[in-house]
Design a protein around this ligand. Structure first.
Ligand SMILES: Nc1ncnc2c1ncn2[C@@H]1O[C@H](COP(=O)(O)OP(=O)(O)OP(=O)(O)O)[C@@H](O)[C@H]1O
Ligand SMILES: [Mg+2]
Length: 288
């Protein structure tokens, strides 16, 4: 644990204050599903999340909160945190999850199938599960303090952040989605949907939080994609499926994870890292 003031811990990240303008952002190996943190850790998961966020911060060309991975002047024992921590600019986070969907899947598919709702109200009839949308959809959600995030209507989102900011967030989020989806497709990976967070620093809008990781995004191996069917993903679906098989009712505590499920989960995170970055994960661990 770094000897810095602890600011907050979310389900996955621990945040410390470096000084007035900077935070130390540490991704743990915790995993959450159905909004509950599971009792087991997934070895190296935090490093996968940090490595992927770094990859996208470097490659997107979008103003973001990343400052440095050099921890030598910030903590006494940088080795403990190497690969899973970065120093970022402290932002005033906008309380809206900026979700972009390129395919009709997950909660949006369920909503569409059930007759429509806030995320699918403008879609044509007759689309199938997992079908690519005519254009990416911006479907923002509340950032719930606890429990489930709720999808916002366009009017609700505009009221929450203001008209101008809404337009800016929508355009920026869709732009990033399109850039990332194109880059991923070149690696044989489809970006089904993803969630961004943005924040203000000195009047400038920055991309913050984790970016385009398997925790914030649904990535599909392109060769397993088929319209009208469930698509296996690199995200937590594998863990959710295992949890479902145990009959757990989604109230804490979650069941303990057998070793084979743990290592299969780790392997999926590592595979996502390697497919998307084109870099062996071991090289990242050595270089970080
Ligand atoms: N640059 C930044 N400045 C300040 N806060 C940030 C910054 N980037 C991300 N955050 C916040 O840090 C937290 C990241 O922690 P984590 O991902 O573990 O939280 P979470 O489980 O998603 O839950 P919640 O977002 O509700 O806290 C988020 O609340 C996010 O909004
Ligand atoms: Mg988060």
């Amino acid at each position: 644990m770094p000897a810095l003031p602890h600011v907050a811990s979310g389900k996955v990240r621990d945040i410390y204050e470096v000084d007035r303008d900077r935070l130390l952002f540490v991704a743990s190996d915790r995993i959450s599903a159905y909004d509950v943190v599971l009792p087991d850790l997934i070895p190296d998961k935090g490093k996968v999340l940090t490595g992927l966020s770094l990859y996208w911060f470097e490659n997107l060309g979008v103003p973001n909160h990343f400052i440095s991975t050099d921890l030598s002047e910030t903590v006494d024992d940088p080795a403990d945190l190497q690969g899973r921590a970065m120093i970022v600019r402290k932002a005033e986070v906008i309380p809206m999850e900026c979700v972009v969907r390129g395919y009709l899947y997950g909660s949006s598919w369920r909503e569409y199938e059930a007759g429509g709702g806030p995320t699918t109200e403008h879609l044509p009839a007759g689309l199938q599960m997992a079908e690519q949308l005519p254009e990416p959809l911006f479907t923002p959600a509340t950032k719930a303090e606890s429990g489930h995030d709720e999808n916002l209507t366009v009017a609700g989102a505009r009221a929450l952040v203001g008209e101008d900011v809404y337009e800016q967030l929508k355009h920026t989020a869709i732009d990033i989605y399109l850039q990332a989806a194109q880059a991923a497709a070149a690696k044989g990976v489809l970006l089904a949907d993803t969630k961004f967070e943005f924040g203000w620093v000195d009047g400038e809008l920055l991309l913050v939080d984790e970016v385009l990781t398997p925790d914030s995004s649904r990535y599909w191996p392109a060769d397993r994609y088929e319209v009208g069917r469930t698509v296996p993903s690199f995200d937590k679906q594998y863990v959710r499926d295992w949890l479902d098989s145990t009959g757990w009712d989604h109230t804490p505590p979650a069941p303990a994870m057998p070793d084979d499920v743990k290592s299969a989960t780790r392997a999926r995170y590592v595979e996502a890292f390697e497919r998307i970055t084109g870099q062996p994960f071991d090289d990242y661990l050595e270089g970080s």
